[in-house]
Design a protein around this ligand. Structure first.
Ligand code: FE2
Length: 533
């Protein structure tokens, strides 16, 4: 269908909206109810656009109206005030937006910082679409979205990327730029999309704009807005659909459920978590019907199936966690190292990283999956890693090593149910890992049941290389470790083979950094475990 490009007029937007009002001449919006206004003539689409949460017949299109994206007045997020606002959207079959297949309206909700989550249905499966938003005599940049292939459809190949840990203060987002240039079908964001804290100890190349740790709704909002103003991240979202989960820094370092790193009263900490989750929702292309936050609760775990090739289970590794093991001073409330002798609580089968409801959801999905590959996308390192660090030794309490019973239940389930080609993707460690996931990590004769790849950080500084590398002989299931490089992971998936390229930027402190491949690994269909490509 070819239709002439018609930008919705103000009159069209007004039609049927009783009581709508326009306020400023400079940047009028159509209001639902109370008059809405932008306080300045800035670009209302300054934060760009994003698509995500794809299904076979649609996806979510996101934007947030923010003519003053870093507004310091908490009463006027993004420079907006007043009630809900209606914006227009157009969806086209071509990148030049000539062949418009859908026009509609969506609400920028005042309660959610004037963000838009347009849940589009009724499109054709397995194809790209292009879109833009319109309103206030302005149009957004054009974004690209895509529907999933029809359920069970034959899919021979798929390229995607995964990324985590983008500390704005530690570097530029060249890794995001190069990931966009690879034209992946989608990108998995595996957590630490923002950093809540202000760097005090390490060198920085640019600063979080407000200079204070995010802990309230206005400060989390401004953190997301600042990241989305980065041109490399903004272009990635415009050109590549996103599947998202979170890790800890979207709220606070190393938090677990309602327990903070700083031993806050859990009821007080939940207020902070509610603000953080709400700001996450306001800035991500997630399904409102699934993910609209309810106080400190927000559902992010979800499942995406790409025809018969791969099913992706996106997990939430933070919200439903049991309290970190041996959570009491003099330990930090977050990561510390423990052995079986120093902290038997770590081994308690009643503890869970995912929470028992999410564990059951994951197991059921894996059992029912008809896909050739089953990707478990989540925030932290799953393989065991025995460390010796500054005269301490043991296992981290913050990664899956802090929840070994949960890990054993999952790997045992994959083994018993013969889940086909299970691969785990993770982040958090600011390091590359390529790991065999064994039923029993302490026994080299134990079967390998799945394969794990952990991506390094986009920009966040890595942990010291030497002490971790020195422990490699104690962790023979780890084929590769590297903490000194920044980058992202590019995956080329075919029915018989998964190729994993560990991509690294030349220098995260250089906004024009080059890209190269550090190492390439593979997984062969039917044979769990890392192989050199
Ligand atoms: Fe991180």
């Amino acid at each position: 269908m070819i239709e002439p490009l018609i930008r919705p007029t103000r009159r069209r937007l007004l039609r049927g909206l009783a009581g709508a009002g326009l306020v400023t001449a400079a940047a009028p919006f159509v209001s639902r109810g109370r008059a809405a206004q932008a306080r300045s003539a800035g670009d209302p689409f300054s934060l760009g656009v994003a698509s995500g949460a794809p299904r076979a017949d649609g996806f979510v299109l996101w934007t947030r109206l923010a003519p003053e994206p870093l507004s310091s007045d908490p009463r006027t997020p993004g420079g907006m005030s007043g009630g809900d606002v209606t914006v227009g959207y157009e969806i086209a079959a071509d990148s030049a937006m000539h062949d418009i297949v859908r026009r509609g309206e969506a609400v920028a909700e005042q309660a959610f910082a004037y963000s838009v989550h347009a849940d589009i249905r009724g499109l054709q499966p397995g194809r790209p679409y292009w879109y833009r938003f319109t309103g206030a005599d302005a149009a957004s940049r054009i974004g690209r979205a895509a529907t999933l292939p029809a359920p069970g459809a034959a899919v021979d190949r798929l390229r995607f990327g995964f990324a985590s840990c983008a500390n704005y203060e530690h570097g530029y987002f060249s890794a995001y730029r190069h990931l966009t240039d690879e034209n992946p079908e989608f990108v998995l964001f595996l957590g630490d999309y923002i950093y809540e804290y202000i760097e005090q100890r390490r060198p920085t190349v640019r600063r979080h704009s407000d200079g204070i740790e995010a802990a309230t709704l206005p400060t989390y909002r401004n953190r997301y807005a600042q990241y989305r103003l980065d041109p490399d991240l903004q272009r990635l979202h415009a050109e590549v659909p996103a599947l998202v989960t979170w890790d800890d820094h979207e709220v606070q370092n190393d938090y677990a459920g309602k327990w903070s790193e700083t031993f806050d009263d859990p009821e007080i900490f939940l207020l902070r978590r509610a603000a953080a989750y709400r700001a996450f929702y306001e800035h991500m292309p997630v399904r409102p019907i699934l993910s609209r936050p309810d106080g400190p609760r927000m559902r992010v775990y979800d499942r995406f199936t790409f025809g018969d090739l791969v099913e992706i289970s996106m997990l939430d590794g933070r919200q439903y966690r049991s309290r970190e093991a041996c959570y009491a001073p003099p330990n930090k409330g977050g990561t510390h190292l423990e052995t079986n002798a120093t902290c038997p609580e770590r081994l308690d089968a009643g503890r869970s990283m995912l929470g028992f409801a999410q564990e059951a959801w994951l197991h059921n999905g894996l059992a029912r999956s008809q896909a050739q590959w089953n990707l478990i996308a989540q925030d932290v390192l799953m393989a065991q890693y025995r460390l010796k660090f500054n005269e301490q030794e043991g296992f981290s309490t913050d990664s899956w090593d802090g929840y070994p019973a949960n890990r054993a239940r999952l790997l045992q389930y994959i083994h018993e149910r013969k889940v086909r080609n299970a691969v785990v993707a993770g982040g958090d460690t600011h390091s590359y890992f390529a790991n065999d996931l064994r039923l029993d990590f302490s026994n080299e004769a134990s079967p390998v049941v799945a394969t794990e790849f952990v991506g390094t950080s986009i920009s966040s500084a890595g942990p010291p290389y030497e002490p971790i590398a020195r422990a490699l002989p104690d962790n023979p299931h780890v084929h590769f470790f590297e903490s000194r490089r920044r980058g992202y992971v590019a995956v080329d998936l075919e029915r018989a083979n998964m190729q994993v390229r560990m991509r690294v930027v030349s220098d995260a402190t250089d906004p024009k950094a080059d890209i190269s491949t550090l190492r390439t690994f593979a997984v062969e269909g039917g044979r769990p475990g890392v192989v050199a490509a």
